[in-house]
Design a protein around this ligand. Sequence first.
Ligand code: PGA
Length: 251
Amino acid sequence: MKRRPLIAGNWKMHTTSQEAKQLASAVIQAANKVSGRDVMIAPPYTALAAVSTILSGTGVILGAQNVHWEEQGAFTGEISASMLKDLGCNMAIVGHSERRHVFGETDFMINRRITGALQFGLVPVFCIGETLKQREAAQTLKVLEDQVRGGLAGIELRDGARIVVAYEPVWAIGTGKTATETQAQEAHSFIRTLLADIYEKNIAGQIRILYGGSVKPENIDILMQQDDIDGALVGGAALKAEMFERIICFQ
Ligand code: PGA
């Protein structure tokens, strides 16, 4: 089954609202040069409103970098899915490795965040991935299985387009080290098999699985040629307009 590719930029804790507006304008121009693919950008919360105005009426999707599970309440520092929807967001990254490893988010919290996103019609971009230590100890598949089953526990899905999964090996994020296309394809195909076990095969076939971790102009084409790689979640290179444009224009 052919899935529509998705190239997503995770801006992390970068850009003032002015810088964000400029970068968003460049992304719109880049996205206009190609068709048949989706482009999403996830600026910091502080720039969402400004970027939302710029993106309005263009096909570029606005995403957030996280989302809380409750609609409102005493959760200092958190943002709810309904608040994000109100600003024009359609997607939210959940379970990013920096959230897991720097901020101690667990599979349980990530599961709740995914539930919250789905409840309010935001598409979660659910991130998973093993550390170098886990890969070297041959635990990659086990770690991925635990993260997928933990993150999706109790979540019903009738339409695979409602969720996106991102495989991001922790050792490849921001390190310049990319998984080889073979390593990535192997992980993606394993994840799809797991998804088929949890949901139905046709739903698993609809779910887009992105690769993330040092995606750059030099490796995007070969990654996108793999059967189970449906797009990319891009960090560093998403902050450089020309680099991100080349990634969006993958062949
Ligand atoms: P990177 O980050 O492209 O800078 O490795 C990817 C990510 O953290 O999503």
